[in-house]
Design a protein around this ligand. Structure first.
Ligand code: ZN
Length: 99
């Protein structure tokens, strides 16, 4: 499937990398996944962050499938057991692992 520029997987409205990170809540650090509350439609949605790349998507049979993607060389990500950390443009955000 071809990936579109970063959008909410629920309402399909365009989102910036910073908006998705700002809306982040809890994470699954081992999978680099975190949940976010869409600032457009308020739905709970799923994102995956790695160095230089942010994707939104959904779980299919327990596996993350991306539906949209943004590349940003400034995005830095680090996963620990208890949280997922991200840095972008001098902003730091931490998403605690869900229980
Ligand atoms: Zn939405």
């Amino acid at each position: 499937m071809e990936l579109v520029p970063l959008t909410c997987p629920v309402c399909r409205e365009p989102l910036s990398v910073g908006e998705v990170l700002d809306a982040g809540t809890v994470s699954s650090p081992a999978q680099l996944l975190f949940q976010f509350l869409c600032p457009r439609c308020a739905a709970h949605a799923l994102a995956r962050a790695e160095e230089g790349r942010l994707e939104t998507g959904s779980l299919e049979h327990g596996r993350f499938v991306a539906s949209s993607r943004a590349e940003d060389p400034e995005l830095s990500v680090r996963a620990e057991t208890g949280w997922l950390d991200s840095w972008l443009g001098g902003r730091y955000r931490r998403f605690p692992a869900k229980g």
